[in-house]
Ligand binder design. Structure first.
Ligand code: GLU
Length: 441
């Protein structure tokens, strides 16, 4: 069965780049009727914070990306230690004693000699006696011994992918303070949780090369991999967590529709066009990971906002029902009248206040007599869907005005503004006092 996971580290807020990863994994699992796991990668106690784990869950909830199972790496440390023991027994994990300073020096020397800064495996040559002596003096860390020979996999997005282990340092899997690092923990989890597909950013390609060897060393089959291209800003600059305006929290506060975020990111960078969606089903149905390209994908927040407005206006009443603070009996008619002109859903509140309480009319000096005459012709309440047409017909007949000269002063008198919903649809919802032309100043 298809099983995917989204594995954020709780060290900051999710941004659109992370969401792309989450979404692709979610879509893949949902399309296959499989399982989507939320895995909190919190092995680093110094950088992981509970408030970020909470924020990650809140963001995914807001988007409706529900997970079938949640795991945290900090609760699984024993499993990682057991895996490390097995690697030691297989002679694939070796103890090293270099300090960061010594490693830095080695790198600088290599670079100065025009060589790639790959760890020289000096620790492999240490005798037991030397190691015992070093252990007295300093903490040791543990490196995974990479095997020679090209590592390859068929990437679902990038196609045949190759990593040459000769160009890599043996990765540290256990730090000097005993902390197991993500590279190992992730492999143990993916194997143990039955993850079948790992979808993540192209910045993990090298990592995947290493992890393919760790899977094999632990006797597991590797999952399938798909590495999506990284998002850039409109100018091509890298997106980062520091770009706060692209955090999901900020998009949410900015009134961007969650469904728009999903439909935008589910197609951006693929050969399929971004289309307005009014539910998840179409997104899931049309998702195909192999249609994504490998070139960096430009993300434009303004385009997303525009897409959000189009999405909002396409939403049926049922989709916004629970989010409108409007009495139940009025809500459907209100949505039909006001929905089509909103840019953000939160603008609905002021339109409802206007319906409920009325508004200071806006009356130009030169329209005073006209508006006074028009208001005298206003049919008595209750106003229905025909009222606007009947009234403006009567006003036109009485005054000879037509077009903009007829409609705009009436709109201003009823709503206090130049633009807004179709008045035929809005009038039945206007509950405030009938406007009056104020006496001459
Ligand atoms: N915690 C890792 C990250 O956020 C997960 C990478 C992966 O998907 O394996 O980069």
């Amino acid at each position: 069965m298809t099983t995917t996971r989204f594995a954020p580290s709780p060290t900051g807020l999710l941004h659109v780049g992370n969401l792309r990863t989450a979404l692709m994994n979610w879509l893949m699992a949902r399309k296959a009727g499989g399982t989507f796991i939320l895995r909190i990668d919190d092995t680093d106690p110094e950088r992981s914070e509970e408030r970020y784990a909470d924020a990650i869950r809140a963001d995914l909830d807001w988007l409706g990306l529900h997970w079938d199972r949640e795991e945290r790496q900090s609760a699984r440390l024993d499993l990682y230690q057991a895996a490390a023991d097995r690697l030691r027994e297989a002679n694939r994990l070796y103890e090293c004693f270099e300090t960061p300073l010594e490693l830095d020096l080695k790198r600088k020397k290599q670079l100065a000699m025009g060589r790639p800064p790959v760890y020289d495996r000096a620790a492999l040559a240490l005798t037991d006696a030397e190691k015992a002596e070093l252990r007295e003096a300093r903490a040791s860390h543990w490196r995974f011994l990479l095997e020679a020979g090209e590592i390859g996999w068929d990437d679902l997005i990038r196609g045949p992918e190759r990593v040459d282990p000769e160009s890599l340092s043996d990765p540290v899997l256990i730090r000097g303070d005993g902390q197991v690092l993500y590279t190992l923990a992730s492999v143990v989890d993916d194997a143990e949780m039955g993850v079948t597909h790992v979808v993540r950013g192209a910045d993990h390609v090298t990592n995947t090369g290493v992890q393919v060897q760790i899977f094999a060393a632990l006797g597991h089959a590797a999952p399938e991999f798909a590495h999506h291209s990284l998002l850039t800003g409109p100018g091509g600059a890298a997106l980062s967590k520091r770009l706060g305006d692209l955090s999901l929290a900020e998009l949410r506060e900015g009134g961007v529709e969650p469904l728009a975020v999903l439909s935008f990111l589910a197609r951006l960078g693929s050969s399929d066009p971004v289309e307005v969606a009014t539910d998840h089903a179409a997104l899931i149905e049309g998702f195909d990971i192999t249609r994504f390209g490998t070139a960096p994908t430009a993300f434009d927040a303004d385009e997303l906002r525009h897409h959000s407005t189009r999405t909002l206006r396409a939403l049926p009443f049922e989709a916004v029902q629970g989010r409108l603070d409007v009495p139940e009996k009025d809500a459907p008619a209100f949505w039909a009248a006001v929905g089509p002109i909103l840019e953000r859903l939160d603008e609905a509140a002021e339109w409802w206040a206007l319906c409920r309480d009325g508004v200071e009319p806006l009356i130009a000096e030169e329209d005073r007599d006209f508006v006074r005459e028009a208001l005298a012709l206003l049919p008595p309440r209750p106003w229905g869907p025909e009222t606007w047409k009947a009234w403006t017909g009567a006003v036109k007949a009485a005054t000879g005005r037509k077009g903009r000269g007829l409609f705009l002063p009436l709109r201003r008198a009823l709503t206090g503004r130049d633009h807004g919903p179709e008045l035929a649809a809005l009038m039945p919802l206007l509950r405030g006092p009938v406007p009056e032309v104020p006496p001459e100043a």
